[in-house]
Write a protein that binds this ligand. Structure first.
Ligand code: GSH
Length: 218
């Protein structure tokens, strides 16, 4: 199996967390200017050019959630990312969507805006909207996590793979308020999880790339 991605990319980290959880063997295909051939292969395989992308034989899987679904179906390990029970699986997928749409996508709007070179291309209205949505998401999550260790079904799952990089970077882009103690505690549990801690270490050398300035913590 090959995983195309970059160690500092949040969605790559989502897939890597699942791979590391079960010690699943794979080859990392580094997408960077130093490896133009790998990037050309990736771009030819997936013209949308969003990573990660998983390749196994003739099969290729786009979208981090689907990569994890694929791993769970074809390379199952001790940690099952999707519960067998249909209702439990719905809850896990629901939380995965929450983290992708209402945390991760909002943080990406803020980061993407900061990456724009020209002030004329900036979208302050959109950034304010993203920040407000993050505050709403933090508040909802804080209540949900009041008596929970993991996001869904009392076990580490796809939802936590989604949560880890989303909350890690969201806090950098739009600080999680001190009043959301349950979200902070959950983020710390995710950072302490060996699989995600490995992702954070892998991305550490690239922190100068963070356009808003990576804070001196984590
Ligand atoms: N919906 C995709 C999002 C992937 C995504 O946005 N990846 C970012 C890196 S974290 C990317 O490919 N950025 C490159 C670009 O926008 O050109 C998923 O879930 O995998």
């Amino acid at each position: 199996m090959q995983l195309f991605g970059h160690p500092f990319s949040s969605y790559t980290q989502k897939a890597l967390t699942a791979l590391y959880e079960n010690h699943t063997p794979f080859e990392f295909m580094m997408l960077s200017p130093e490896h133009p051939d790998i990037y050309a292969d990736f771009a030819q395989r997936w013209p949308i050019r969003r990573f990660p992308l998983l390749v196994e034989g003739e099969r290729q899987v786009m979208e981090a959630t689907c990569v994890i679904e694929y791993l769970d179906a074809h390379h199952p390990g001790a940690i099952r990312f999707i519960p067998q029970d249909a209702d439990a699986a719905i809850e896990v997928r629901m939380l995965d969507r929450f983290f992708d749409n209402y945390v991760h996508a909002q943080l990406q709007r803020i980061v993407d805006d900061a990456l724009r070179r020209n002030d004329a291309d900036r979208d302050p209205y959109g950034v304010d909207e993203a920040r407000a949505r993050l505050d709403t998401a933090y508040a909802w999550l804080d209540q949900r996590m009041a008596n929970r260790e993991w996001a869904a079904m009392d076990a580490f799952s796809l939802a936590d793979c989604a949560a880890a990089p989303a909350l890690f970077y969201a806090d950098w882009a739009h600080r999680i308020g001190d009043q959301f103690a349950n979200v902070h505690a959950y983020r710390q549990r995710l950072l302490a999880r060996p699989s995600f801690a490995r992702c954070v270490e892998g991305g550490r050398p690239y922190r100068p790339l963070f356009p808003l300035g990576a804070p001196d913590r984590d």
